[in-house]
Design a protein around this ligand. Structure first.
Ligand SMILES: [Zn+2]
Length: 637
């Protein structure tokens, strides 16, 4: 059937299923959603009924209603109407209009008051202005990245609408082949950590899971895009599991080379990825290396990104449905569930995952509607990778902090801007407020504060207790005045010349950025301490220091090289890791429902991938594979 034929079929089906009092003006495919434009002024009544849900169920598609454009009230009139209706107590900060979707976005300090009891205010707004109200909470910390993204989207609303229409057409095209022939090809991040990239293909569709960049290794930096199986022109969708650069760092590179399809991820993943991609361009420029893409390509990425919430089933290709689930690794990080064909085959990609609750996040999801095969990470999958318990590592952390600070030393903790940094902020805030460590200045350097601001803008993705603390008890550890953000060289100089303190700085693996500058200044004094709390990719300075090297070459701002002796004390606290330990991986595999028949292992050093895969085969009696980059596995004929 032609695309037009398919479209007509879906339109007829929708009209047949709607109550007769709703008159339909037009129906459009907006990305994965079907937008029904109604002339009926009473449509909101249907939303209270089960019409939308029933439609979604019978058609297995997402349907949204849009109002007639002509009837919409003038934006400035609408704005004053809303402000009058909800009152000043709602603390409205911004009211924005999305003309293409007919939405009015109301950002306020108290969204509950904007919504009103049982949604009464939203209903009033809808019936009196014909705008569809959407509420968001004003984040307590302003994020430059979120402002920038909002600016891009506001300016390019029409472009974004056109993008969604063309994506919608592609998703709802008729399939050509009967057999699925599902294949997985390893483009990067197999038997290694870094440049994660997986090509999933059926005879009709092509999907990329993650498009990462190997940050620590300039030689094998890119995934294998140049193999004959991969063609940017045939790509239907890109799915990003989470915002670390080894998973999202090269998405804009695809747009540089002509990709114009969608990127699916959670909202925090979009925000954090944009922040890190823009920062990556800056770092390349600072180091005198040409960046692999420009700000323009990052903007294209933002315009083509379709944020999804966890648990929502979404059509992403004519024969593939996607659902994201919490993976417990960093804010917004997701496991990817793909459903192929009609009732055909189910595949789950864990991405980086933590099968344990942390202060920041809930533990990874284990329940799926169906799973035939699973792709699982193995960062700590080696037999000797016993991660100490969180309590053990916390006890050790307090001890290191107390002894170092008492002898007048400073503590440097290199962290990735996203993830461990926020976990440590919560932990340190608790220690200081309970008097478990001395109250010394705690400095945050690099992108940590900006990443933290993005965390405060997305409380729904945080652990239930932290969310409860922030939203209902007014105790937000991220706003504590124990922490100061460092933003200039002069401040850094004052810190290294000053008294005992704790410094959290990026990069987490000491491959550049302020953490290396601090290390240069603190390395020679044996009173100081350096604490690693996250995985160190091989060949990075972090990994070399962990292995016992006690010297390093430092290149200063003028390009001069110095040899620096390392006398400070070095500690590694694995208990803070955002990855699952070998035993947590086993627990996850014992608990996952339903049980997959095939387990494929990736994202780990060679020996760990192989060892984990053997263990799963022997102990859990499953078929396993640990492919190398460039290998293809046929999942289903
Ligand atoms: Zn990660």
């Amino acid at each position: 059937m032609s695309f037009e034929g398919e479209l007509q079929k879906i339109k007829n089906e929708i009209i047949e299923n709607l109550p007769p009092e709703i008159t339909v003006k037009k129906i459009e495919f907006e990305g994965p959603e079907i937008a029904v434009y109604s002339e009926n002024s009473d449509v909101e009544a249907t939303e209270n009924s089960t019409v939308l849900k029933d439609l979604a169920k019978t058609m297995r598609k997402r349907v949204v209603f849009r109002w007639n454009v002509e009837k919409r009230k003038d934006p400035s009139e609408t704005e004053s109407y809303i402000r009058n209706l909800v009152g000043e107590d709602a603390e409205i900060t911004v009211i924005e209009f999305d003309h293409t979707r007919g939405e009015v976005i109301i950002e306020s300090g108290k969204p509950g008051l904007v919504i009103g009891k049982k949604g009464v205010n939203l209903k009033e707004i809808r019936t009196n202005t014909f705008w569809q109200p959407k509420t968001i909470r004003t984040p307590p910390l302003a994020s430059r990245t979120i402002q920038l993204i909002r600016g891009m989207l506001t300016k390019e609303r029409q472009t974004q609408k056109d993008i969604l229409l063309s994506i919608g057409k592609r998703i709802h095209r008729p399939t050509i082949f009967k057999d699925l022939n599902i294949r997985l090809t390893a483009l990067g991040g197999f038997r290694e950590v870094g440049r994660s990239c997986i090509l999933m293909q059926t005879r009709d569709s092509n999907i990329l899971l993650d498009v990462g960049l190997n940050v620590g290794n300039p030689i094998d930096r890119f995934p294998f895009f140049d193999i004959p199986e991969f063609s940017i022109r045939d790509l239907d969708a890109v799915i990003i599991s989470h915002a670390h650069l080894d998973h999202c760092g090269l998405v804009p590179f695809l747009y540089k080379y002509g990709y114009r399809g969608p990127v699916y991820c959670t909202l925090p993943t979009r925000n954090l990825s944009t922040m890190l991609q823009l920062d990556f361009i800056q770092i390349c420029e600072k180091e005198g290396n040409p960046p692999p893409y420009s700000k323009r390509d990052v903007k294209q990425t933002v315009l083509h990104t379709i944020p999804l919430s966890w648990g929502k089933v979404t059509d992403i290709a004519p024969d593939i449905k996607l659902t994201l689930h919490n993976s417990g690794h960093i804010l917004g990080s997701s496991m990817v569930h793909l459903h192929f064909g009609k009732g055909g085959y189910n595949f789950v990609y864990t991405g980086d995952f933590k099968f344990q609750k942390t202060r920041l996040l809930e533990k990874a999801n284990v329940k799926f509607p169906r799973v035939e095969s699973l792709l699982i990470e193995s960062t700590y999958g080696g037999p000797q990778d016993r991660i100490p318990s969180r309590q053990e590592s916390e006890r050790e952390l307090r001890q290191i902090l107390n002894t170092t600070l008492k002898r007048g030393g400073k503590v440097l903790i290199p962290v990735l801007a996203v993830g461990r940094a926020q976990e440590l902020i919560i932990v340190l805030e608790e220690y200081v407020s309970k008097g478990l460590i001395d109250k010394v200045p705690i400095f945050l350097d690099g992108l940590i504060s900006e990443a933290t601001a993005i965390h405060t803008a997305n409380p729904d993705f945080l652990s239930s207790d932290l969310k409860e603390k922030i939203l209902h008890q007014g105790k937000n550890p991220f706003l504590s005045d124990y922490f100061s953000t460092v933003s200039s060289q002069d401040e850094r100089l004052d810190i290294v010349q000053g008294g005992p303190c704790i410094i959290l700085a990026t990069s987490g693996m000491l491959i550049g950025g302020p953490s290396v500058q601090y290390l240069r200044a603190l390395a020679e004094d044996s009173n100081n301490s350096l604490i690693f709390v996250s995985y160190q990719v091989q060949k990075t300075l972090g990994s070399r220091l962990q292995k016992g090297f006690r010297e390093f070459q430092y290149v200063d701002a003028k390009g001069r090289t110095q040899l620096v002796k390392v006398n400070l004390k070095i500690f590694t606290l694995e208990g803070f890791s955002g990855h699952s330990s070998r035993s947590q991986i086993s627990q996850f595999l014992r608990r996952i429902q339903p049980r997959p028949k095939l387990v494929i292992v990736n994202h780990g050093e060679e020996s760990k991938c192989v060892s984990l895969s053997t263990m799963i085969h022997k102990k859990l009696r499953k078929s396993t594979k640990s492919p190398k980059n460039l290998e293809t596995i046929l999942l289903k004929n």
